[in-house]
Design a protein around this ligand. Structure first.
Ligand code: 6PG
Length: 479
């Protein structure tokens, strides 16, 4: 325990808050800690008090009183109403210039609202993404802080110190003002959803088409983890697939109910992307895939009833098919990231955030759930061209997809012919083909819209909007 004023506080000591507080203390910061029910505060001090200088507080006034100014208080409670409740209780206790940080998975629109409300009271509100789960919070997460530059001037030295580091660089930068940090964290989660969906499709295809066992598949993923696909999620896929169920002695993955749950950040990403007009088909398929998995009523009505292809096995060479699926996974993953970065760019323009896209790749290189070797390639792509219209047109990505595209197409075709669902792989390929098309069938859609609703169309050879007199003599007139 410490007698000097604490440098930072954490309120909300469930596992993420507790680990974040421990991380701060282990890095030499004097940390004030508080939890609504005191038992958690006591448990933290009892079990981990020796790790650094903690100041336990029984209530928020005591927490506030224990801090040096400007006060820095991290809220780590459930997103939504619990966060508002803590803010409402804290605000009257604070002085101008104090900084309130919400490190939960808040919706960025809530963060914008809260930032605005606290700014009017002379306080800084920082919505900060924190990724890496319990382990990351303790040993170095990826941190995505929003809020004012002034607040980051005070918080930056603390947050960068406790964040993960890759090649000596912290996985923490100031993302941008108000809700920018939480927006980027939301996108991180959207990409996490897409990544996991693609991994699951790769697993399913290899298992169903080649008949590989989970243990054999674990070896495949272990092998992939030494190449371009190297990432935390591929690494833990091998771990989950090699796990044996202690009760049955069979593969763990076979005793787990096949209904994926979701807390909402993936869904938010897709909802927000719809509003921004940015296709994030990889993430959308991942969210829909989870919804379908949980739709027990319709699944049980259809399973074993709706017919599929007569032959579920494809005539493929084992090693060649594994390599094809690896290419399909990598190419589809690149599409998911390209779409994710498009959404960040669009939001940055819409909200005037001025987000440095290359820096976002840097902060995701370590600590977070989507940490991966190829994030370096994204950073390099934006270094080469900060105004890159799509990651897919960068030379590295263009070549990576070009190298794998035949394999990718074979995998999608095989999935369709054997009746194994691969919505992530196929949506990614369709996006890629749509993006590179010289001409899309949207022209026909425009014709239809003009015919049934006089919605007008634009021409390839002249400026302006036009309408055809469909029910009359079919002459064209400017709209
Ligand atoms: C992280 C994770 C974390 C959490 C997800 C899970 O970055 O540390 O993304 O935020 O594990 O929110 O989300 P679902 O429950 O929706 O899968």
């Amino acid at each position: 325990m410490s007698s000097a004023p604490a440098q930072i506080a954490v309120t909300g000591l469930a596992v993420m808050g507790r680990n974040l507080a421990r991380n701060l203390a282990r890095n030499g910061f004097r940390v004030a800690v508080h939890n609504r029910s005191k038992s958690r505060t006591d448990a933290l001090i009892e079990e981990f008090g020796h790790e650094g200088e903690f100041t336990p507080a029984d209530d928020l006034p005591a927490l506030v009183a224990s801090l040096e100014q400007p006060r820095k208080i991290i809220i780590m409670v459930k997103a939504g109403e619990p966060t508002d409740a803590v803010i409402d209780e804290l605000v009257p206790l604070l002085d101008e210039g104090d900084i309130v940080v919400d490190a939960g998975n808040a919706h960025f629109a809530d963060t914008r609202r809260r930032e605005n409300a606290l700014r009017e009271k002379g306080l800084h509100f920082v919505g900060s993404g924190v990724s890496g789960g319990e382990e990351g919070a303790l040993n170095g997460p990826s941190i995505m802080p929003g809020g004012s530059p002034e607040s980051y001037a005070a918080l930056g030295p603390i947050l960068t110190k406790i964040s993960a580091h890759v090649n000596g660089e912290p996985c923490c930068v100031h993302v941008g003002p108000d809700g920018a940090g939480h927006f980027v964290k939301m996108l991180h989660n959207g990409i996490e959803y897409a990544d996991m969906q693609l991994i699951a499709e790769a697993y399913d295809l290899l298992r169903q088409v080649l008949g590989l066992s989970p243990a054999e598949l674990a070896d495949v993923f272990r092998d992939w983890n030494s190449g371009d696909l190297e990432s935390f999620l591929i690494e833990i896929t091998a771990e989950v697939l090699s796990q044996v169920d202690p009760t049955t002695g069979g593969p763990f993955v076979d005793v787990v109910l096949d209904q994926a749950e979701q807390k909402g950040t993936g869904r938010w990403t897709v909802q927000v992307a719809l509003d921004l007009g940015i296709p994030v088909s990889g993430m959308a398929e991942a969210v829909f895939g989870r919804s379908l998995s949980g739709d027990v009523v319709r699944r049980s009505a259809a399973a074993g009833v709706l017919p599929g292809p007569a032959e579920a096995k494809a005539d493929v060479d084992r090693d060649a098919f594994i390599e094809d699926v690896r290419h399909a996974l990598y190419a589809s993953k690149l599409v998911a990231y390209a779409q994710g970065f498009d959404a960040i760019r669009a939001a940055s323009e819409q909200y005037d955030w001025d987000i440095d896209l290359g820096a976002m790749a840097t902060i995701w290189r370590g600590g977070c759930i989507i940490r991966a070797r190829f994030l370096d390639r994204i950073k390099e792509a934006y270094d080469r061209n900060p105004a890159l219209p799509s990651l897919l047109v960068d030379d590295y990505f263009k070549e990576a997809v070009a190298n794998g595209q035949e394999a990718w197409r074979r995998v999608v075709a095989t999935a369709a012919s054997v009746g194994v669902p691969a919505p992530g792989f196929s949506a990614a390929l369709s996006y890629y083909d749509g993006l590179r098309a010289e001409r899309l069938p949207a022209a026909l859609i425009q014709g239809l819209r003009d015919l049934f609703g006089a919605h007008t169309y634009r021409r390839v050879d002249r400026d302006g909007a036009f309408h055809l007199d469909w029910s009359g003599d079919r002459t064209e007139s400017p709209a």
